[in-house]
Design a protein around this ligand. Structure first.
Ligand SMILES: *Cc1c(COP(=O)(O)O)cnc(C)c1O
Length: 361
């Protein structure tokens, strides 16, 4: 008997149970080949079908238009922090970053190694409790692109909407909220995400890039770091992380059968609302880190009145089978990561625990 746990890990994080069961069933003998998919050539027809299906499911689920290309890359979202300026920042231009947390800071840092950068807006002064309004961003005519982090995994804030009439290409790190809600892809020139939060296991990074942005091919960057290398080879230039892409395909299939993005968005909203309600109705026993109008539906950050209470709460949670609730060291307190695969029941169990703990303390 596997003991019941509630998985609130920030990443890698919970995967849908049916996806894990399917992988288990197919593990030793994939499609009657007598082999595991992991043992097959990435040039085989069997693997290629999986690869292409992952792409077409993503296209269908996100409503990706014909003039966007989908890439499967390695090196995590972190390598995109370097590849983006390498491919899209030229001399005489500046890369413009909206700073809303630790991941945007890291993205900016990598761009400074490549070229000129600037900061459009930042909420660092408040320890990243909010998302600066697009109307306040400082934009320049020579911005090569504007980079945002749509959901701030560590601080628990999330863009509630996106500007739609920027003069420069908008690039978004959606690692922790891709496919969690409906978005208009056409607001973006590029979206990227490490898979291990909402898309599957670690090992593959998805990049969705508008062809316009790719029109100027740079020749002076290393082959593996040039988007064109992967575009021209359908992300099969070298050996891709085949098993991660297989799992990605299965997660996308699960999402489709669960009713697609609009249905999952509804569920995510209900899940997050239940926990925010527990915070808001606690008369200050629990306090949220994020300002209300910037709250994330994926990562919920909150604190108790003292460090001692935080510790006591986390100890009880651990005893009851709650995993991954410790807040990141830069925020402290608690964080519940409730990505697509986390069921409503886990969120309701957390609410019950919060209420029980408050009563006793
Ligand atoms: C987790 C995370 C990253 C880092 O992803 P890696 O795949 O580990 O490089 C980057 N950005 C955001 C928003 C994240 O949540």
């Amino acid at each position: 008997m596997v003991k019941t746990i509630y998985n609130f890990n920030a990443g890698p994080s919970a995967l849908p149970k049916p996806v894990l069961e399917k992988a288990q069933k197919e593990f030793l003998n994939f499609k009657d080949s007598g082999m595991s998919l992991m043992e097959m050539s990435h040039r085989s027809k069997v693997y290629e079908d999986v690869h292409n299906e992952a792409q077409s499911l993503l296209k269908e689920l996100m409503g990706i238009p014909e003039d966007y290309r989908i890439l499967f890359l390695q090196g995590g979202a972190s390598l995109q922090f370097s590849m983006i300026p390498m491919n899209f920042l030229s001399s005489g231009q500046r890369a413009n970053y909206v700073l809303t947390g630790a991941w945007s800071e890291k993205a900016l840092k990598e761009a400074t190694f490549i070229g000129e950068t600037t900061v459009a807006a930042s909420s660092k002064g408040s320890n990243y409790t909010f998302i600066p309004e697009a109307s306040t961003w400082s934009l320049q005519p020579n911005d090569a692109y504007i980079h945002i982090t749509s959901n701030n995994t560590i601080f628990g804030t999330q863009f509630q909407g996106f500007p739609d009439s920027l003069k420069s290409p908008l690039i978004a790190d959606m690692s922790s909220d891709i496919l969690s809600r409906e978005i208009n892809i056409e607001n973006f020139s590029m979206i990227y995400a490490g898979a291990q939060k909402n898309l599957g296991p670690s090992g593959v990074t998805v990049a969705i890039i508008k062809e316009d942005l790719l029109s100027d091919k740079k020749e002076n960057i290393p082959t593996m770091l040039n988007y064109h290398t992967h575009l021209e080879a359908n992300s099969l230039f070298n050996t891709p992380p085949t098993y991660s892409i297989y799992m990605l395909r299965n997660v996308l299939e699960w999402l489709k059968h669960s009713g697609g993005v609009s249905e999952i968005e509804q569920r995510n909203h209900e899940k997050a609302a239940s926990i925010y309600e527990a915070i808001d109705q606690s008369n200050g026993f629990y306090t949220g880190h994020a300002e209300r109008n910037s709250r994330s539906n994926m990562n919920i950050t909150f604190n108790l009145a003292t460090e001692e209470l935080n510790k006591k709460f986390l100890a009880l949670a651990k005893e009851r089978g709650f995993v991954g609730l410790n807040g990141h060291r830069s925020v402290g307190g608690c964080r519940a990561s409730i990505y697509n695969a986390v069921p409503l029941e886990a969120c309701l169990a957390l609410c019950d625990l919060m209420k029980e703990f408050q009563k006793k303390n």
